[in-house]
Design a protein around this ligand. Structure first.
Ligand SMILES: [Zn+2]
Length: 182
């Protein structure tokens, strides 16, 4: 597997690659997640290293199946319609915010969303000691902050301080640029 490969709306994961993913199940603070096997082994080292420095990392999302991705999209559309949008408006808004199945790095088991200790996923994650630690250290374990504020135009995705992507050994080269430039 090429870990620095772009997975996006424009370049979705191939269905055959999705079916061949080797996933590992693991636990984090009482919740069960799955990740691609090498992404998992690196995550494990990263969590241990963080913990040894007194930093507890809370995961709220890792691998997502195609079905799960579809369910998130469906829920978002239903939610926007409940707020008064037409079906078309709700679909358009959802389409801007959530990637279709196979276009998300989570579908490849290579992405992790870290959340606040209360289990919530919010932009103020960027003000936590966890975020500070990740920005400084994640690349040592093959992970990069994927959707940076200054690269919104290039990635087509809003700033997501919680979303880290496993890219393997190229993380050191990639940490200060964006994958689209690589
Ligand atoms: Zn994510």
């Amino acid at each position: 597997m090429d870990y620095s490969k772009i997975i996006s709306r424009e370049f979705p994961l191939k269905y055959a690659d999705y079916l061949n993913l080797e996933l590992v199940e693991f636990e984090n603070h009482g919740n069960i997640f799955r990740l691609e096997i090498n992404a998992f082994h690196s995550l494990k080292k990263m969590l241990e290293s963080a913990e040894s420095e007194g930093i507890n990392l809370y995961i709220c999302s890792a691998f997502r199946s195609i079905e799960h991705q579809q369910e998130i999209i469906h829920k978002s559309i239903v939610q926007y319609m409940a707020e008064g949008l037409s079906k078309q408006q709700a679909e358009e808004k959802t389409n801007k915010e959530i990637l279709p199945p196979l276009a998300s790095e989570h579908n490849a088991g290579l992405a992790i969303d870290f959340c606040l200790e209360d289990g919530e996923l919010r932009e103020d994650f960027e003000n936590t000691e966890q975020f500070e630690w990740l920005v400084k250290n994640a690349y040592k374990f093959g992970y990069i902050l994927r959707y940076k504020r200054e690269y919104e135009d290039k990635t087509g995705i809003i700033y997501e301080p919680w979303h880290f992507r496993f890219v393997g050994i190229s993380a050191k080269e990639l940490k200060d640029i964006c994958l689209e430039e690589y």
